[in-house]
Design a protein around this ligand. Structure first.
Ligand SMILES: *[C@@H]1O[C@H](CO)[C@@H](O)[C@H](O)[C@H]1NC(C)=O
Ligand SMILES: [Zn+2]
Length: 249
């Protein structure tokens, strides 16, 4: 009798230990390279902003598709009429849109609730404006930790970094950015996942046209991030909304 009770209570305490153990939370995958051979993903952060049309059109004219990581409220408010038009134009030209979070904070300084807020607001904006739920997010400054990965995973997104930086956001000259592209292309890696910025005039007008011609001359296909990974760009799509007073920053 005693031993039965002992065994029973041992089982009870064992099961309560198992039940009480914290469940490991899923962490989002962190993407740093493309996987589809012979592809390059040209990505542009920090928009929407005034060079959207030029970048989008230069890509399209070359038969290339790019990826735009959007903020909600960085250089401009994504709900301004001009910015809505830019996002719609980029999307309609076949480029991928993704999240760069709402206000371009360093995500590693934020709490769980703040992270959800930074992510859902821009997701809501993209759903309203072009009717998509992005499957990819890029953390501002490339800064992330496990909490960021946990929240991204809960929101159905992968975290995207890069394996090539044109240097445009840290003041690289046009010549320097071109040299960086040349140096990246020379050893002919299987794939390249680039970082560029939609907000920089010389990126739109000088570096991008050069990069496209050099990459295509080297035989690369210039595709969206999703295509270079062989994945879907969006978790779901729906009809875009119609702007009303609730569309504000
Ligand atoms: C770009 O996307 C369009 C569809 O929007 C597709 O027809 C075209 O093949 C893509 N280009 C590349 C280089 O993948
Ligand atoms: Zn950024």
């Amino acid at each position: 009798m005693l031993s039965q009770i002992t065994v029973l209570s041992a089982l009870i305490s064992l099961s309560s230990v198992i039940l009480a153990a914290p469940q490991p939370r899923a962490l989002a995958e962190v993407v740093t390279t493309c996987t589809t051979p012979n592809t390059v993903a040209l990505t542009f952060d920090d928009g929407p902003w005034i060079y959207a049309y030029e970048i989008s059109d230069v890509l399209k004219a070359a038969g290339a598709n790019g990826t735009f990581f959007y903020n909600g409220n960085n250089y401009a408010c994504i709900y301004d009429d001009e910015e809505i038009k830019r996002v719609k134009h980029v999307f309609a030209n076949g480029h991928q849109v993704a999240s760069h979070t709402w206000s371009h904070d360093d995500l590693t300084t934020l709490t769980f609730d703040q992270l959800h807020d930074e992510m859902w607001r821009v997701e809501q904006a993209l759903e309203r404006i072009v009717g998509v739920a992005p499957a990819f997010m890029r953390p501002p400054f490339g800064n992330y930790n496990n909490l960021v990965r946990e929240v991204a995973a809960a929101r159905g997104q992968e975290v995207v970094i890069w394996d090539f930086d044109s240097g445009d956001s840290v003041g690289a000259t046009v010549q320097k950015s071109k040299q960086e592209y040349d140096a990246a292309i020379k050893p002919h890696p299987k794939t390249i996942l680039t970082l560029n910025h939609e907000t920089i005039e010389t990126t739109a007008r000088q570096v991008l046209p050069y990069a496209i011609s050099q990459l295509q001359a080297a035989g690369y296909r210039l595709v969206t991030l999703a295509e270079c990974l062989g994945k879907q760009p969006y978790q779901w799509t729906t009809a875009p909304g119609v702007k009303d007073a609730s569309w504000k920053c």
